[in-house]
Write a protein that binds this ligand. Sequence first.
Ligand code: MLT
Length: 317
Amino acid sequence: MPDILISENIRGEAVDALAKQFDVVVLPELWKDQAELMRQVAECRALIVRNQTKVTAELLAAAKKLVVVGRAGVGLDNVDVEAATRGGVLITSTPDQNAISVAELAIGLMLSLARMIPVANEDTKAGHWNRQRFLGNELYGKTIGILGAGKIGYLTARRAQAFGMKVLAYDPFLSRDNVLLSELQAELVGLDELLERADVVSCHLPATKSTLGLLNAERFARMKPSATFINTARGEVVVESDLVAALKTGQLAGAALDVRSKEPPVAGELEQLANVILVPHIAAFTHEAQQRVTNTICQDVGRVLSGGKAENAVNRV
Ligand code: MLT
């Protein structure tokens, strides 16, 4: 049995370096088979995952020798942190390593919606020259509403400001005198006010008990009919059927989704709508971010297994 089991597609020099010190097994498809995952992890001291492996209380109970779980990424919705803490298993993650990439994708999607770039591309490649059909909107002078003003929300807002956008932020964990908000000259407002005033709403909220289904019919109804909605955070925050209805009835001008309530999704109405841009949870998938994430997680797991302290521990055990 290996010391370290990697149950998703995580590779690179940092994994090779770890393998010089420990017995490492990489099984990129293992996350798909929970029973086999539980069998494989039983004797391991470390498990390294992305967002697809379900690190449940049951799995943690079966992994009697487990000391540390490395989450290569930022969201912790696939890891039962409470159960890990109870069982004395340390969780470490890579909180800031992919933030720039996610913020850059959010901006790319915002521009793509404002100028209809994907549809114009398809149309032009199909042999048309429809200049009038693609009369877009400027971002300059518009308002971006950032839902969740953590690191990614902050970096997205900073980039939006470079386009001359005004920034509104909703974050129940921040106070009005927050330094980063002041630096951005962002206005901290309530959720409903943000939805009513923003021209672009960019979601950066984690999936927690209090955010599940937060963006529902009632919330979309508050948004301007000319507004667009971008989600590069977690799909579970949105009631997708309500979003479809808002887009179909013109309650909302457009949406761009990197994340879905079920991944991979079952193709449905969203895939048919021209005012929707869909990408397959790639916000953190850049060469640079993945290298940083892999290095950080491998180093932290190696440190813990060698008796040292994790630099990015999520819990205390
Ligand atoms: C994250 O939570 O870090 C991103 O969604 C990317 C991922 O989960 O792999």
